[in-house]
Structures are given as structure tokens and as C-alpha cells.
Design a protein around this ligand. Structure first.
Ligand code: TNX
Length: 765
């Protein structure tokens, strides 16, 4: 007892001196904070072996940062009372990118096996310092850190084609990556709506392909196509000199740039510049947005001069970029033009290929051979698996993880970039109060919880997962400020998911450390999303009873809720435990921080109690596996959908929804309804009509009513309850038929193609 008291007494001053808490993101493998600080001031020098050029570069990086935030000039290799030392060593436990950081009141020593590790040690130090120039004392808390990454590919992608971003902004983006120890910048340089890299041999790629009629003020999918003679004023590209400069900038920060040159699809800009590249060889104007009507976007695979062209392009790209990997795209290739092209068909016959997928595989394999001949590795989107994977290809898995899993099982390397949760063009907070995004919903917590190693690959295949990457497609992202907003803070969550060992990951700790970064973003005027202030409402069944659990992602927040339809206030019920649901009601919930309500609008979830709840449903046409809501009985689970696509909606692709419910026994009923969603941009439309039928035996059905749709087809978002009211009758079986549209309406980007039907609940009373 005495002993404890003694320790308490000596330990106490340590806590009361209010030493700055260390908040590093990503969380290091091991970190021990010690008493005291190292102060960087005019009595500080840098120490390193000047004969080592890489250390000299690293030292310059350190001193220019310090100069930037304080004005202090740090001299190198002269005697001062305190020093910051950089040492190259051979320490096996920290690998190629790891570092040891030792901060005491008289020295900061960073030890690593490579310059990369030294830079990461510096980044950890920088995170303890002010983010901008102030008069504050530069105080680095004493600590001992051992740190190294979990994955070697820690990537961020940026699409500069759909909208163009200046070289200066690209550098800012690289800086952001580097601050959180991300080491791959995937630069998406060519796409349908813009070619952004100067190719000396083919100047029209940029003089034509980099410019388009400016329709920036209109939403991507609604932009009109260009008309001949209109001025092409929107665009831009990077000269080879600018690219060299950016590569050097990235290298100083240990960021490798992986260039992507898209082929054979997503090539409309190249075709606008050189029409011979397409099957039809028809001239076309550069695209302004997402309208693909009569546009060729696929290279002709049956024309040998197309290969010569692409190989010449790749040669210049390979000469510029030192990256081990060259990304060739390979995604979303519409093979219709190949089917109608005599040259492509002749090639298919000559090579004895089964179908167009094998033609695509032929294309990719031939390009891989070329890239390998230049001593580089080819990487492509997961579609390159179709028709047979090229022998040495690395696969970037974006349509979920399945492509990555398949490739790893074939002993190919994989980078995980699944749309959920790693597409940062998707919403991160309540869409109702966010700037317009492409769709989806990937919150900070979802990104944080992401583990790049799927269960199916545990026990032998882990080594094929190089790491993970988030993608930022910019159809809806027109400005640098908006890029920052979509990337921050989600990139920080990803940084921890790809760097920190699972055992050291902790959401609450991350959320707390994040608050320091938020202050830094604020000081540096960097735009970021303040958080997902939408309470998450999760229905669950416990012992046969329905409950709603409420969650918040926000640091030190509280949740208030109502069940009477009113908007919750700080005086409403405070959430402490799952809320029992035993009648038809709408639950509304808001998030508060420090007594202030932060949600711009409440999250809400409706529940119904009716004769069909919990009853079995049989479908004539299958539910889409992508929109299963909470399982096969989602239409009778008592949980209603919201305008938020995907949540609690059952999706049917292009076919009628025909659902038969068995109530288990004869019941007296007088009303049946079904809720349907329209989400025009996502190809989800109201059915043409809904027919309600009843039966005693499940075989012979009698129609009680058919309700026609009255929601206009151009309405962007709507929820409609199709309701049949009739004089009370006895029945055991109910059949509901929602008739699909014959095709998406005229003027819709997918005109004539099958529409989706989304339904959430069938209510019987
Ligand atoms: C799919 S991801 C694409 C992109 C789009 C993106 C929008 C991938 C390989 N292809 O071309 O920009 O969806 O989220």
C-alpha cells in the first residue's frame, strides 16, 4: 500500500504538468511517451553523414518544414547543445519503410534502414508540431517509437480526367498523402472525358483530347453533348516537364506515382484526337460529361496500328515514370463495337478465340508482354480477369473483393480498392445535407474498419495482398476544395487501416487523435468533412422482439430520439440502450456534441406492425444479390426504407416483382400495400402498376385491385405507397405483382435499358 502511494506521489507531477498528448495518425506499432520535451530552436543542429546524398535530401526536407512553420534555420553537422540526428542502420525488425524514433530533452534520433523510413520518422515528428507558421515554441514530446507498415501498397487515386486539377494542387494532394505515410499516388491520366498527359509523338492527344466544351456548371449526367463549332475551353494537361517535377516532388516524400493509361475502354478522348483508333474510325467531338450516345470509347483490337500507337504512348510513359507498376485500366469495356467490326471478328477467327472477352484478354496480354519487355509490371482493374488473366498481371479489385480473391487464389498480386468502403467519391455523411456526390455511402468508420485481407484469403494467400487504395473519381468533383472534402478525413482512416497492425487499431483512440488533425486542417484552411452527424439506426430481433439500436461515429457525442414523429431536441429521450419497437411508429434520432445538436436533419426509420410482419415471402423472380436489404424476408420485416438507396430496399433488376405471402392461417383483411422507390439517376423507377390478389389455397388467386403509378417518370426521387383498400375478406395467401417498366424512359442516360424496381415492405391489415 505504502509503495503504491509512493509511486502515485512521484507520478502525479508528470500528469499535472499537462504534457502534450501524442496524437499520431496512423498509430505507430509501438509508442511510449516519456516525461519532458525536446524544443527545436536556434540552439538545435541537424546531424547526419553528409557523404550520404539520400540523408542530405532528407535533412533538407526536415529543415525546410521547420523553417516553414517557424522561420528557424537549422544548421547541419555543426556543434550545438541539442541535435536532431538521422541514422541509416541495419535493423531487421523495422523492414524497408520502418523507423525508430527516440526523442529526449537533448536529442531527436531517427534510425531507419532506408531514406523512406527516415522520412516517416520525420512525419511522426511533424504531427506533434504546429501545422502553420506561428510563434509557438516547437515542442516535441519525449517518446520512444518503433514503427513499420502492415502493407507495402498504401494508395490514393485521383481522376484528373473528368475534371482537371493543376500541378500545384496535385502536389498538395501528394503532400497530404505523405503526411499520413501513404506511399502510392495512382494518377488516373486518361479517360473518355480528357487526355491529360503530353505525348510528344502524338500531340493531338492533348491539343484535341485535353479540351472540351465547358459544361462544368451542369451535373455530369445531364450535360449536353458538344456541337461542332462550340468553343472548347475546359480542360488542361500536364507537360512532360511538369510531370518530371511532380515525380521528383513525390519522390522526396517517398510517394511513388503509378500512372494509369486507360485501354482498351474509356478511350473516347484519344479517339476524338485520332479517330483511326476506334472500330468505326468515325470522327467525334470530345465528351463533355456522362452522355455516351453515339460515342466510341473503345479501341479497335483488330487493327495492328492501334497496338503500335499504344506501345509508343506507353514507351513515353515508361521513360517518364520510374514506377515499377504501370496501370493500363482495362475496366468497363463495352464490346459491342468489336462484335460489329470485321477486323476484330477476323482476328477472333484467326486466333480461334471463343468470344469478345477472350479478345479483351488477348489485348491485355499483348500489352503486358510489351510492359514486361520494358522491365515493368502491369496492373489493371479486375475486369482483366475476364477471358483469362495475363500471366504476370497485378489486379486492382474494385467491384467488391471477389476479383481480388480470385486473382490471389491464382497466385497473382492484388491491391484492394472495393467500392464499399474505398470509393471516396461516395457520400461520407447524410446525403440530404452533403454536397452532391455520385451516390453510395462510405463513412469514416466504415473505412476505418476495413481490413484488406478478406477472410477467404487467410491461411496462405495473405501475401498476395499488396495493400489497399481509395479511389477518387471526379465526375461530381469539380474543384480542389471538393477533392479535399471528399478525401478528408477518410484518407486518415485508410492510412491507419493499411499501416497499423490490427492489434493496435482502435476506433475510439483514432477518433480522439483525429481531433488534433481537424485543428490542423482548420489552421491550414484545408476543407474537410466535419463528420457523419447522421445517427445510424439498426433494427435487430432479440428473443423474437424488434429493437432499434442507435450509433454515432462522432467523438464524444450523444444521441437523442423520439418515437412520436416529432423532431428530437436536447430535451428528448437520451439514448442509452436499444429501443423496443412494439407498434407502428417512426423513430427519429439526432446527434449532439457539448449539448448542441449537430445533425442538420434527424435520421429516421419507420416501423410497421401488421398482419404480414414476420411472414414468409416467395418470389417468382429472384431478388438481386446486391440489394437484399436485411435478408430474404425483408418485405415483411416491419422495417421501412428511406430515400437512401440500398438501405432496407429489395431490388429487382429489369423483371417484375412478384411476391407471394403466406399468412399462416386465414385472416380477415381489408387493405394491402407495397412501398416503392424511384431514384431516377440510379435507374430505379416506379413500376407501371401494382396488382393485389388474394387466395385461400395459394393456387387460385382473385384480384382485389390494381393501382396505376402516378409518379412522373422524370421525378428524381420519390417514395410511393401503392395501396389497395377493399371490403373486408378472409384470405390466407396474398400475391403482389409490381410491373416493371418496358425500359428506361426517353431522355434518360440509359434510355431503353431495363429499369430497377425497389420495394421495402408489404403491409397487410
Ligand atoms: C467506375 S472504378 C469506374 C470509373 C468511374 C467510377 C465512378 C473503375 C475502374 N471504373 O470510370 O469514374 O465507376 O464511381
Amino acid at each position: 500500500m505504502k509503495r503504491i502511494l509512493f509511486y502515485l506521489l512521484i507520478a502525479l507531477p508528470l500528469f499535472t504538468t499537462a504534457q502534450q498528448k501524442i496524437n499520431i495518425i496512423p498509430q505507430p506499432v509501438s509508442l511510449q511517451q516519456n516525461e519532458g520535451d525536446f524544443i527545436i530552436d536556434n540552439n538545435t543542429s541537424l546531424q547526419y553523414n553528409p557523404a550520404d546524398k539520400s540523408l542530405q535530401d532528407a535533412a533538407n526536407f526536415f529543415s525546410s518544414y521547420i523553417n516553414h512553420i517557424s522561420g528557424i534555420e537549422l544548421p547541419s553537422n555543426i556543434h550545438k547543445s541539442k541535435f536532431v540526428e538521422f541514422r541509416l542502420s541495419k535493423t531487421t525488425e523495422i523492414g524497408d519503410e520502418g523507423y525508430l524514433l527516440n526523442v529526449s530533452p537533448s536529442s531527436i534520433i531517427i534510425t531507419a534502414n532506408t531514406r523512406a523510413g527516415i522520412i516517416y520518422g520525420m512525419q511522426s515528428v511533424f504531427q506533434t508540431l504546429p501545422a502553420i507558421r506561428t510563434n509557438a515554441v516547437l515542442q516535441v514530446p519525449c517518446m520512444q517509437v518503433k514503427d513499420y507498415p502492415r502493407f507495402k501498397w498504401r494508395g490514393m487515386h485521383l481522376d484528373v480526367c473528368r475534371h482537371f486539377f493543376s500541378p500545384d494542387f496535385v502536389k498538395e494532394y501528394i503532400d497530404l498523402l505523405a503526411s499520413y505515410k501513404m506511399n502510392v499516388f495512382h494518377w488516373h491520366l486518361t479517360d473518355d472525358q480528357g487526355w491529360r498527359i503530353e505525348i510528344k509523338k502524338y500531340p493531338k492527344l492533348t491539343s484535341v483530347g485535353a479540351w472540351r466544351v465547358d459544361e462544368t456548371s451542369k451535373i455530369w449526367g445531364d450535360r449536353p453533348q458538344a456541337v461542332a463549332g462550340e468553343p472548347e475551353t475546359y480542360g488542361g494537361y500536364y507537360t512532360q516537364q511538369q510531370i518530371k517535377d511532380i515525380i521528383q516532388y513525390a519522390k522526396e516524400r517517398n510517394v511513388t506515382i503509378v500512372p494509369e493509361i486507360e485501354m482498351p475502354g474509356h478511350s473516347a478522348a484519344a479517339i476524338a484526337a485520332y479517330p483511326f483508333l476506334s472500330c468505326s474510325q468515325k470522327p467525334q467531338l470530345p465528351m463533355t460529361g456522362g452522355n455516351y450516345k453515339d460515342v466510341s470509347s473503345v479501341l479497335c483490337v483488330g487493327n495492328d496500328s492501334v497496338f503500335t500507337f499504344m506501345e509508343n504512348v506507353l514507351s513515353e510513359v515508361i521513360n517518364l515514370f520510374p514506377s515499377e507498376y504501370i496501370h493500363i485500366g482495362g475496366d468497363e469495356v463495352d464490346k459491342t463495337s468489336w462484335k460489329n467490326c470485321p477486323k476484330c471478328q477476323a482476328l477472333k477467327t484467326k486466333l480461334g478465340l471463343k468470344d469478345e472477352e477472350e479478345l479483351q484478354s488477348y489485348f491485355i496480354k499483348r500489352i503486358e508482354k510489351f510492359i514486361v519487355s520494358k522491365h515493368r509490371k502491369m496492373i489493371g482493374w479486375d475486369e482483366i480477369l475476364e477471358g483469362g488473366l495475363a500471366p504476370e498481371a497485378t489486379v486492382m479489385s474494385w467491384r467488391g473483393e471477389s476479383g481480388g480473391i480470385a486473382a490471389a487464389k491464382m497466385h497473382h498480386d492484388v491491391v484492394m480498392t472495393p467500392g464499399t468502403p474505398l470509393y471516396f467519391d461516395h457520400y461520407q455523411a447524410n446525403p440530404a445535407s452533403e454536397p452532391l456526390a455520385i451516390g453510395g455511402f462510405n463513412t469514416l468508420k466504415m473505412v476505418y474498419d476495413y481490413n484488406p485481407i478478406p477472410q477467404q484469403l487467410q491461411g496462405g494467400y495473405e501475401k498476395y495482398i499488396l495493400g489497399a487504395q481509395a479511389n477518387l473519381w471526379t465526375e461530381y468533383i469539380t474543384t480542389p476544395e471538393y477533392v479535399e472534402y471528399m478525401v478528408l478525413p477518410r484518407m486518415l482512416a485508410l492510412a491507419e487501416a493499411v499501416w497499423t497492425p490490427l492489434s493496435e487499431k482502435n476506433w475510439d483512440s483514432f477518433n480522439e487523435r483525429l481531433q488534433t488533425q481537424f485543428k490542423d486542417f482548420g489552421q491550414r484552411s484545408i476543407n474537410y468533412c466535419k463528420g457523419n452527424f447522421r445517427a445510424d439506426i439498426k433494427p435487430s430481433i432479440q428473443n423474437g422482439k424488434l429493437f432499434a439500436s442507435l450509433f454515432s461515429e462522432i467523438y464524444q457525442s450523444e444521441i437523442y430520439y423520439t418515437t412520436n414523429g416529432e423532431t428530437p431536441t436536447i430535451q428528448s429521450e437520451k439514448y442509452t440502450a436499444p429501443v423496443p419497437i412494439d407498434s407502428t411508429l417512426t423513430l427519429k434520432a439526432v446527434i449532439a456534441v457539448d449539448g448542441e445538436i449537430m445533425s442538420k436533419m434527424p435520421a429516421q426509420q419507420s416501423f410497421v406492425m401488421d398482419k404480414a410482419v414476420g411472414k414468409n415471402v416467395v418470389y417468382t423472380n429472384p431478388v438481386s444479390p446486391y440489394y437484399m436489404a436485411d435478408g430474404p424476408n425483408s418485405l415483411t420485416d416491419g422495417v421501412r426504407g428511406t430515400v437512401n438507396v440500398g438501405k432496407y430496399w429489395h431490388g429487382f433488376a429489369g423483371k417484375d416483382l412478384i411476391a407471394t405471402i403466406d399468412l399462416g392461417q386465414e385472416e380477415n383483411i381489408h387493405t394491402i400495400s407495397i412501398g416503392c422507390l424511384q431514384h431516377y439517376r440510379d435507374w430505379i423507377m416506379m413500376p407501371q402498376w401494382v396488382k393485389f390478389e388474394i387466395s385461400d389455397d395459394g393456387k387460385n388467386f382473385t384480384e382485389v385491385q390494381t393501382i396505376n403509378n402516378d409518379i412522373p417518370q422524370n421525378e428524381m426521387t420519390a417514395i410511393k405507397e401503392f395501396t389497395a383498400n377493399f371490403s373486408a375478406r378472409n384470405a390466407r395467401y396474398i400475391r403482389v405483382t409490381a410491373k416493371a417498366l418496358d425500359g428506361l424512359p426517353k431522355g434518360h442516360p440509359g434510355e431503353g435499358q431495363p429499369a430497377w424496381i425497389f420495394a421495402d415492405e408489404i403491409v397487410v391489415n
